[in-house]
Ligand binder design. Sequence first.
Ligand code: NI
Length: 135
Amino acid sequence: MSSLIRTGISLEKELLEKFDRLIKQKGYQNRSEAIRDLVRDHFVQEEVASNREVVGTLTLVYDHHQPKLSEQLIEAQHDYTGQVLATTHVHLDHRNCLEVIILKGRGTDVKAFSDRLLSLRGVKHGKLVLTSTAK
Ligand code: NI
């Protein structure tokens, strides 16, 4: 683990008060941990934007009674040029399925794949979360 270096920053009073309220709501123990997470998130977003390799989870809720949807979801995964690392499927109720797909690939490929699935008819809700180790 890399060593910690202490630094100081200056912020407007109102901005700092707002920040403190936010991090309290989110459950952070101190400002340092919150700022470290913000900085890491910034670098992850940069990795995604620069089209480097990232990992992501795509969560989908869909109606499996929608004609051909299950086949389309499987086809899209076979066509994906990156790696589908794992999928988890839960039958939520008589109609609805929850699927979580764990992906690896270049930022734009992962996003395009995600958009393809999310736009399919019968997919009711979904979200892609991209991350990396922010090295
Ligand atoms: Ni199901």
